[in-house]
Design a protein around this ligand. Structure first.
Ligand SMILES: *[C@@H]1O[C@H](CO)[C@@H](O)[C@H](O)[C@H]1NC(C)=O
Ligand SMILES: *[C@@H]1O[C@H](CO)[C@@H](O)[C@H](O)[C@H]1NC(C)=O
Ligand SMILES: *[C@@H]1O[C@H](CO)[C@@H](O)[C@H](O)[C@H]1NC(C)=O
Ligand SMILES: *[C@@H]1O[C@H](CO)[C@@H](O)[C@H](O)[C@H]1NC(C)=O
Ligand SMILES: *[C@@H]1O[C@H](CO)[C@@H](O)[C@H](O)[C@H]1NC(C)=O
Ligand SMILES: *[C@@H]1O[C@H](CO)[C@@H](O)[C@H](O)[C@H]1NC(C)=O
Ligand SMILES: *[C@@H]1O[C@H](CO)[C@@H](O)[C@H](O)[C@H]1NC(C)=O
Length: 457
């Protein structure tokens, strides 16, 4: 055990959460094309199968959790993102220690380290090392580094499906030294310095919106997807991995940051990726590289100087049953983070109240139900049986998401469905509940984000 690691891990003893999207689990059997671990490499890039964290088709399906628990974890992720965006990033560690509400949430979160819960992001598989071994990974647009648990798990590894990656068994594994440029890139990605182990290996720290973290050695090895491989891929070899990663081995970071998977593969594949986040009853995909440009409607990809690794966009208007909701055009002039790991979208509060009113007005015959957790717009009934109004989100530049009923209302129990949006505290977010079933392309090279409907179920 190395002392630095212990100290770092203490500094990161913060809250937890899981962020899980909710749709009724279907009894539909996973079809063969939905099986995990199918990846392809062709002239249109790399294609990985994505699974909803609750899907029975996932290689690591999560156990049942009450909706209220998932919502609590979703709030924790959002609180952490707010902290990143609103505070001076260079004082992030200190600011986390001081944040009393986060400590409170740690105490009240009814989950313990190692629980098989998972942080609720979508799941895929990668190959690593020579000879390649297969690992189940969580995919996150809010993360800047790819890491996985590594033997000997010097401090802690959570339980995972499949063998823990063993660097000693890979002929191509290398430690990154503290003086390497990749080690300095860590600092610019996290804006707090990397540390150095006693024998001069660069030590990374990755922490998440839900308080989970991984700390270990920055490493280099061959990443592989079916027929193709990418040598010298930089990732974290985790020696202290604590939190709610489900049974996954680690995390794929897709943020706009030098060390993310996207930026490392971009010289070969191009600076773009697309995904379709599936419901629990289907499978979706993550594609890296070229995409079919005519398929999408686009909005500009914006930047925020407080955190330039997040993906941002702006609404232009929102319609309910074809009618504009009542909100000033100024209210739309707010950057929204598009995030794969936040479940429920957080709308600027003016927009949220106008949307809630318009949805209520569009469902005059449906009896209201009491508020559920922080959802204040609830109805008696289930999404499958209710006449859910058409909600259309328009973005600057004309991109449109016409939301299917399951992306508008969410079944919170057997007889209650609630509007699946919340008012934002400080950071507005387009969450995965609303993204489900759309193909969404992040074209970082061309600074635009595109949407196409009905790409997966
Ligand atoms: C590449 O593979 C994907 C996923 O199977 C497929 O949808 C796409 O059509 C393929 N592209 C080409 C050019 O073969
Ligand atoms: C930006 O936000 C993401 C997601 O909250 C976080 O992982 C990352 O560390 C942040 N970066 C900085 C420089 O604060
Ligand atoms: C990498 O560094 C760790 C920590 O110092 C060490 O235990 C391990 O043997 C090193 N691996 C290689 C391949 O150099
Ligand atoms: C690209 O998308 C357009 C519009 O959906 C479609 O007509 C076309 O066939 C697609 N091209 C390829 C190569 O898939
Ligand atoms: C939107 O807000 C920015 C500042 O955040 C301002 O510079 C810009 O003029 C505003 N645009 C409109 C159309 O109000
Ligand atoms: C909801 O339905 C499930 C199965 O249909 C049943 O097991 C459960 O008891 C029901 N819960 C409530 C609160 O009625
Ligand atoms: C960056 O995000 C913060 C927090 O949401 C916000 O206050 C600030 O106005 C944003 N800056 C820009 C340039 O959008």
């Amino acid at each position: 055990m190395e002392k630095q690691l212990v100290l770092l891990s203490l500094a990161f003893s913060i809250l937890f959460s899981t962020v899980v999207s909710v749709r009724g689990i279907s009894s539909r059997v996973c079809s063969s094309e939905n099986q995990d671990g199918k990846y392809q490499f062709n002239s249109s890039g790399i294609h990985l199968t994505l699974h909803h964290p609750l899907s029975p088709c996932s290689p690591v399906p999560l156990p049942h959790l009450p909706v209220s628990t998932r919502l609590t974890h979703d709030d924790s992720r959002v609180a952490f993102m707010e902290a990143h965006l609103s505070k001076n990033p260079s004082s992030r560690l200190a600011s986390l220690d001081r944040s009393s509400d986060m400590v409170d949430q740690l105490v009240s979160t009814p989950l313990t380290i190692g629980d098989s819960v998972g942080i609720g992001n979508y799941i895929t598989k990668i190959g690593l090392g020579t000879p390649a071994t297969s690992h189940i990974m969580v995919v996150d647009t809010g993360s800047w580094l790819t890491w996985l648990q590594c033997s000997p798990c010097a401090i802690s590894c959570h339980s995972q499906e499949g063998r823990v990656f063993n660097p000693k068994a890979s002929n191509t594994y290398q430690n990154i030294s503290c003086s390497a440029s990749e080690c300095s890139a860590l600092e610019s990605a996290t804006r707090h310095p990397s540390s150095c182990s006693t024998n001069n290996v660069c030590v990374y720290q990755a922490s998440y919106g839900d308080g989970s973290f991984s700390i270990g050695y920055l490493s280099r090895d061959t990443l592989s997807f079916a027929g193709s491989s990418f040598p010298n891929f930089i990732y974290g070899c985790g020696q202290d991995n604590e939190g709610l990663f489900g049974q996954a081995a680690g995390m794929i970071g897709l943020a706009r940051s030098k060390l993310s998977l996207l930026y490392q593969l971009a010289p070969t594949l191009g600076y773009s990726f697309s995904y379709c986040l599936p419901s629990t009853s289907s499978a979706g995909y993550l594609s890296i590289g070229p995409y079919n440009k005519s398929q999408y409607s686009y909005t500009p990809m914006l930047s925020n100087s407080s955190n330039d690794s997040l993906y941002l966009l702006k609404f232009s208007r929102i319609l309910v049953n074809g009618k504009l909701i009542h909100v000033s055009s100024k209210a739309y002039n707010t950057s929204i983070v598009i995030d794969s790991g936040t479940m429920i979208s957080r709308l600027p509060s003016d927009i949220y109240s106008a949307l809630s009113k318009a949805v209520v007005a569009a469902m005059p015959k449906t009896p209201r139900a009491p508020a559920y957790a922080n959802f204040d717009t609830c109805f008696k009934g289930n999404v499958a049986k209710l006449r859910v109004p058409a909600v259309s989100l328009r973005f600057q530049g004309g991109a449109t998401m016409s939301l299917p009923a399951y992306n508008v209302l969410m079944d919170v129990d057997n007889s209650t469905a609630c509007l699946a949006f919340k008012p934002a505290k400080s950071v507005a977010i387009l969450g995965n509940m609303q993204q489900q079933s759309f193909s969404i392309v992040y074209d970082v090279g061309a600074s635009k984000i595109g949407f196409a409907p009905a790409a997966c179920q």
